[in-house]
Design a protein around this ligand. Structure first.
Ligand SMILES: [Zn+2]
Length: 451
């Protein structure tokens, strides 16, 4: 027994019982060519797959039979159309309510586009929009399969939390005399934490590991080969090193973070291996045992958009030679034609999962700036408990800037809105709205999870 328990250092620290857990991995690599997401510079469809794209599911059940299903996808985004289909499938076939299902994307820029709307807004041939719709239909069946396999494989488990650090994420908002540029900024904020949730079988072997990192999956540039970028490499490496386990990457608040360096496949490999090594370092630590008591909520936080520009400005933009600028201006003019028209608020999902008094997991929608994780971890800290802040969850097709980033301007949250089919930038109270919503939901979850 002692020999088996020593299979993973630190196992002895995990004493909490009463969990049931299962995990599974399925391929979601498109079986025919698709238009790839993430770079407007691509001029043709995908040409094969390198290293695979996967959906992974982790099912956790606590001592009272409460469930949490975490689904991670090697995709760039979760538009509302995809979110709704996954949620409907999970509710109809598995009885899962929104607070029981956390869907996170790695934000790989080497995956397929999953929205015919985005394909139209990018001015790409509609034939690829129809391909994307067909892919999404197939994808939802694959996700169903992953959840089904994870549920079927449920067995008694021990859960523990630990963390380490990894250094390749670099801030990418560089102040210049001409304004903010999208370029490496070694002096900007970063979140280098690597939070790690280990799921062990009763004999101490690693059955699944859920780990986070806050950085764009852009180590590889605009290749035409489908790939999972550094997160895919890290997950594959961990699964090879722990045979029989499933490794799931939960993307953090990396909206303003890029890998450094990020030139080619060698960099993606180095970054992926560095992240896998950081997860191993966390697994070497004695973990914080997680009691088998889950509380969760998922509620939208309403974010208002800033006032639309005057009609004359939009009409000038509609005549721009830049197709992205012109198409976006025409969309706004058509959708909100009268001077007093306002776009409806944006429903940013806030998912909170509380593991007894030991761990608070906050998963925000969209692409949050690293400052959200830094601020929330500071403000939500408790004596003896841990806080994990993820992004890219449940509804992902908007940057989530802070008040400072909105005031500074630049790509994230301002210039990027034309690539994300949004009416315009958010109003500058978005940070306070999000922090207020998170604090309210975390307080409620902690009160409910108290023994
Ligand atoms: Zn992004």
């Amino acid at each position: 027994m002692a020999i088996v328990a020593a299979a993973l250092a630190g196992t002895a620290g995990v004493a909490a019982e009463g969990w049931q857990a299962g995990a599974a991995r399925v391929s979601i690599a498109p079986e025919e060519p698709v238009w790839m997401a993430g770079y407007a510079a691509r001029t043709g469809p995908s040409e094969g797959v390198h290293g695979g794209l996967h959906a992974r599911a982790l099912v956790l059940g606590d001592a009272r039979g409460r469930r949490l299903v975490v689904v991670t996808l090697d995709l760039i985004e979760i538009p509302a159309s995809l979110r709704d289909r996954i949620a409907a499938m999970a509710a109809d076939r598995h009885g899962l309510a929104p607070h029981e299902l956390l869907v996170n994307v790695s934000h790989t820029h080497g995956g397929p586009m999953v929205s015919s709307r985005t394909i139209a807004d990018w001015g790409i041939d509609p034939v690829w929009g129809r391909r994307a719709e067909a892919y999404v239909e197939w994808l939802v069946e694959r996700i169903d399969d992953a959840i089904r396999q994870a549920l079927a494989g449920r067995a008694p488990a021990l859960l523990g939390f630990s963390a380490s650090r990894c250094g390749f994420a670099m801030n990418r908002r560089l102040p210049t005399p001409e304004g903010m540029r999208l370029a490496p900024n070694p002096d900007g904020p970063v979140d280098h934490d690597v939070p790690v949730l280990r799921i062990l079988a009763a004999d101490g072997t690693l059955r699944a590991v859920l780990f986070g990192y806050a950085c764009h999956a852009t180590a590889l540039g605009p290749t035409r080969t489908l790939h999972g970028d550094y997160p895919g490499i890290a997950m594959d490496q961990l699964e090879r090193d722990h045979p029989g386990s499933v490794a799931l990457f939960l993307a953090g608040c990396g909206g303003d973070q890029d890998p450094a360096p990020r030139r080619d496949e060698a960099d993606a490999l180095a970054n992926g291996k560095a992240l896998a090594a950081a997860v191993e370092a966390a697994l070497e630590q004695a973990p914080l045992p997680l009691p088998a008591r889950l509380e969760a909520s998922q509620r939208p936080c309403a974010l208002a958009f800033a006032d639309l520009p005057p009609r004359a400005v939009l009409e000038a933009r509609a005549a721009s030679p830049d197709g992205f600028v012109a198409r976006h201006a025409r969309y706004v003019l058509d959708a909100w034609p009268a001077p007093g028209d306002r776009p409806p608020d944006y429903p940013l999902p806030v998912h909170v999962v509380q593991f007894g008094a030991a761990l608070t997991l906050v998963a925000l929608g969209g692409e949050p700036m690293a400052d959200y994780a830094l601020r929330l971890k500071r403000e939500l800290a408790t004596e003896g408990g841990a806080v994990w802040v993820a992004g890219y969850s449940n509804l992902v097709h908007a940057y989530v800037p802070t008040k400072r980033v909105l005031a500074e301007g630049g790509y994230e949250g301002t210039e990027a809105v034309i690539y994300q089919s949004l009416p315009g930038p958010f109003r500058d109270d978005c940070e306070e709205r999000i922090v207020t919503a998170v604090r309210r939901d975390v307080e409620a979850a902690r009160a409910a999870a108290a023994p």
